[in-house]
Design a protein around this ligand. Sequence first.
Ligand SMILES: *[C@@H]1O[C@H](CO)[C@@H](O)[C@H](O)[C@H]1NC(C)=O
Ligand SMILES: *[C@@H]1O[C@H](CO)[C@@H](O)[C@H](O)[C@H]1NC(C)=O
Ligand SMILES: *[C@@H]1O[C@H](CO)[C@@H](O)[C@H](O)[C@H]1NC(C)=O
Length: 414
Amino acid sequence: MFKGLILGTLLTSCMILLYCLSIQQIHFNLPEIPVPYSCAHRPSHLHPKATTNMSQKNSSQPCSPKVDIMFMKTHKTASSTFLNILFRFGEKHHLQFAFPDSRNDFFYPSLFQRSQVKNYKPGMCFNIICNHMRFNAPEVAKLLPLDTSYITILRDPAELFESSFHYFGRLVPFTWKIPGDDKLAEFLLDPHSYFDPKGFNYFYLKNLLFFDFGQDNTLELEDPQVDEGIRSISERFHLVMLVEHFEESLILLKDALCWEMDDLLFFKLNARKGSTVSKLTPKLRARALEWNAIDWKLYQHFNQTFWQKVDAYGRQRMAKDVAELRRRNKEMASICIEGGSAVEASSIQETDMQPWQPIGEKSIMGYNLKKNVDKAHRKLCRKMLMPEIQYLTELGVNLWITKLWGHVRGIINW
Ligand SMILES: *[C@@H]1O[C@H](CO)[C@@H](O)[C@H](O)[C@H]1NC(C)=O
Ligand SMILES: *[C@@H]1O[C@H](CO)[C@@H](O)[C@H](O)[C@H]1NC(C)=O
Ligand SMILES: *[C@@H]1O[C@H](CO)[C@@H](O)[C@H](O)[C@H]1NC(C)=O
């Protein structure tokens, strides 16, 4: 405990310093050059659907896959799994990603600025942006084509809060003085006595979703800005997925963006040990929802629109498609994964397959790639199993700050 405290203080100060140094303090007044249409490199063979025989497929209009995508990556929402899907889709279609520079996020928690995009110059065209950012609609709009599809994902706020507390709690100094072993329960008993809205990293522990969308997470629930914020999110985003219904979300995505079932295949990445059962008692859950009341309102709003979309798609049709996706994922798991399922970090043989861990723990699980995967699947298996940091590196992102931090933690075994 004492060691943790000292190391925590030391390392967080170190990191703050590094992060401050790396943040571009000056935002040049970049000229605005609109990006009017998609600039994807699209050879004609990528439009097979447009040329299929119409009489065979009269249920929907022929379409070609949408490749311009803004994915607002919220925290602790299975978004690493979704990023892996996006990375593979981007590679398949030779798309341009707008990546951050030197780390794996856009200088979160500062608001997104175009100048944070690696090698950005006004008028440049990008197809996909998907790393963590604090959403800033006007800046994003200046970066991406006009008809970009805006996608995001939400999670039950009580579960999200528990996850965020587990993952980031130690990076939030005001949690250090919480007594007892069960800090989460202690905190929720009387959050106001611990929470400090001016404290470092405070946003991880209250209405984190609303904060990620660039909104003020400390508003009172009755404040008109809350509804205003929810309205602006629902106007901006074409599809809001739900972690609790991830497969259904992907089918809606496929429908909205004209993708193929092949594009949706995934393995659950970054899963936490024992995460299938909630760690919250009903009482704690109620407290967590009360404490994160704005996120709860946000979630309930988009839960409603989500099921309206499922109804429009057809419940039966959805059930059939979800079953198909699950079957295909299972098939891939038996092809790619040693033992067929995720294992603890200590049992992962290749360092390339090691996922990033929260401070002071090794609770995130990963996979071992099967030794003798047939040639046809080898590449796909590897990509599907690859943790986010390694995949970003493979896509050419320079992550020196993130990696340095990882090395420091490795050396002191923290
Ligand atoms: C489309 O397919 C139907 C039957 O499969 C066939 O009779 C028709 O000639 C085809 N039309 C075109 C334009 O290929
Ligand atoms: C296609 O059109 C036929 C005749 O109009 C109709 O009976 C059938 O249900 C349609 N199929 C789908 C999948 O919509
Ligand atoms: C989400 O919506 C469904 C369908 O309307 C409803 O049954 C469910 O209780 C809702 N869940 C939450 C958390 O609001």
